[in-house]
Ligand binder design. Structure first.
Ligand code: ATP
Ligand code: MG
Length: 240
């Protein structure tokens, strides 16, 4: 089976800065990849290029067997992307937001899909609550439900647990592992080391360059902790 993601030389130039600098990313099917790096290192930019929302300045390859430069519409319909910032209509209810998303994907059984996704995400009790009044953990559940409503094969999650309490984070990671066990591929950015430790593989980016990748054990080899290894890699970056 081919990789879920296999891209080479992925590059984004913004203004005069090369914010993603000729990186290669390979993601195997059915695994959880942690995407880590300091603020401004290029994680969100990379994720947006991978799901076809941002054009590439250089690079080539495939995402879910689709050409990353040409087939961005197909990629978008098979990928679930959870944005870094909560991006729902705050004055619509949870159910209305999900209905809107389902319609955007032109689903023909919208009502059933929305109900199913409310149930799967344990959101039924919140269905009629305005999204803007949800607490952080429930907002995260809504965001996850929305990015999975079209049954994607690949999840690209951009700091999904930022600002969420420890219990909600635990539940979230339990769910993510369950999805991966069923064959879904996940690339998730995070600043939390405990979350990084739960990933099958880690990709560490700094100043738009991949500085380390591999299993947790491989990346932190020779260091007291994963955090120590990251500080080392940040200092090693040629642009630091
Ligand atoms: N639209 C834009 N205009 C100008 N600069 C941008 C734009 N988008 C991203 N950048 C710059 O590109 C670099 C990478 O940003 P990006 O948001 O991808 O980083 P990040 O790793 O996701 O950071 P964070 O951890 O803070 O979310 C940063 O220096 C950022 O300021
Ligand atoms: Mg970001």
């Amino acid at each position: 089976m081919t990789d879920a993601i296999n891209v080479r030389n992925l590059t984004k130039i913004i203004g005069e800065h090369c914010v993603v600098d000729h990186i290669d990313i390979r993601v195997e099917h059915g695994k959880i990849y942690g995407f880590l790096g300091p603020n401004g290192s290029g994680k969100t930019t990379t994720i947006r290029m991978l799901c076809g929302l941002l054009s590439l300045d250089e690079g080539e390859g495939h995402c879910l067997d689709f050409d990353i430069r040409r087939d961005y519409e197909k990629i978008r319909s098979h990928v679930g992307y959870m944005t870094q910032k909560f991006s729902f209509w705050e004055d619509l209810t949870v159910k209305e937001n999900l209905t809107f998303v389902a319609r955007m994907f032109c689903m023909d059984n919208v009502k059933e899909r929305v109900h199913q996704s409310l149930e799967n995400a344990y959101l039924l009790s919140r269905a009629d609550q305005l999204a803007g009044t949800l607490s952080g953990g429930w907002k995260q559940r809504l965001a996850l439900a929305a990015c999975m409503i079209h049954e994607p094969q690949l999840l690209l999650l951009d700091e999904p647990t930022a600002g969420v309490d420890p219990k909600a984070r635990q539940e979230f990671w339990h769910d993510i592992r369950g999805f991966a066990d069923k064959g879904l591929t996940v690339l998730v950015s995070t600043h939390y080391m405990d979350e990084a430790e739960r990933c099958d593989q880690i990709i560490f980016i700094s100043y738009g360059e991949i500085m380390a990748e591999g299993t947790v054990q491989e990346v932190k080899k020779g260091f007291a902790s994963l955090e120590d290894s990251f500080v080392h890699y940040i200092n090693q970056s040629t642009k630091a």
